[in-house]
Design a protein around this ligand. Structure first.
Ligand code: 0O2
Length: 224
């Protein structure tokens, strides 16, 4: 009986655990590749202009629990091949920008690179979700170079301003409060806060453009 148990466990490790770990390590490599691309852009842009449009870069590998939950929720079989085929957001990179226009400029710079292949674009800035969520999501494919082969890996990139990120982080905290009953008031307030966050983005960008124009017209203004 002990031998049978051992054989069964060893079979599961060989058929699932090892290929799963290998796949996750490929996603980790893809995250590193994307992060490096943004670090390069950040370096170049801060040399070229007097500010860096990237406030911060965050990365995450989807947890095994989240992968399992999403596969079951979407009705996909729980195999390593199916996980790779059906989930687009195992590798996640979040780019926090200063202003909304930085988001589109950075996304375009990335998509111009010839080793990046766009699979899907969801513009929740131009078309916010009903709950108010705003962000630009790209699903891209990027090559990782292994010792004897090249493998294309999918990565989800979320571009947000500080204000969009602030709303999304707090909404996530509120929504995932344990046993939260449905509340029209909370939903309406969240939509209202999202509108305010969008107004802050537009007004701050406007102020930045005005300040830049003033400095260009009179370089002495920079000091005041
Ligand atoms: P985590 O912790 O970031 O991994 P899905 O909604 O996941 O079934 P899809 O098409 O992948 O299907 O969703 P979508 O719209 O592209 O958004 C996926 C991710 O965007 C989410 O990942 C969140 O990170 C973020 N997101 C989308 N909508 C909202 C929202 O209403 N509020 C907040 N705070 N974030 C949102 P995960 O997997 O949910 O979580």
């Amino acid at each position: 009986v002990e031998q049978l148990k051992y054989d069964k466990v060893s079979d599961i490790v060989k058929k699932f655990v090892q290929p799963y770990k290998k796949l996750m390590s490929y996603y980790t490599c893809a995250i590193m590749e994307v992060e490096t691309k943004f670090n390069v852009l950040s370096e170049e842009l801060s040399m070229q202009y007097d500010r860096n449009p990237i406030e911060s870069i965050r990365t995450r590998l989807k947890s095994p629990e989240s992968i399992r939950e999403k596969m079951i929720r979407k009705g996909f079989p729980l195999t390593v091949e199916s996980i790779e085929e059906n989930l687009n957001d195992i590798a996640g990179v979040r780019i926090i920008c200063s202003f909304p226009s930085d988001i589109y400029a950075l996304a375009n710079s990335l998509l111009k690179q010839d080793d990046i292949h766009l699979i899907e674009k969801k513009d929740y800035i131009k078309h916010p979700k009903a709950n108010g969520y705003r962000s630009l999501h790209l699903i891209i494919e990027i090559p990782i170079y292994l010792h004897d082969t090249k493998k294309m890996m999918k990565v989800e990139i979320q571009f947000r301003t500080i204000s969009m990120d602030c709303w999304a982080s707090l909404e996530h905290k509120i929504r995932y409060k344990k046993d939260l009953p449905q509340s029209d008031f909370i939903e309406e307030e969240l939509v209202e806060c999202a509108k305010m966050s969008s107004i802050i983005d537009a007004r701050m960008e406007n102020l930045y453009t005005m300040a830049t124009d003033l400095v260009q017209r009179d370089p002495k203004e920079e000091k005041n």
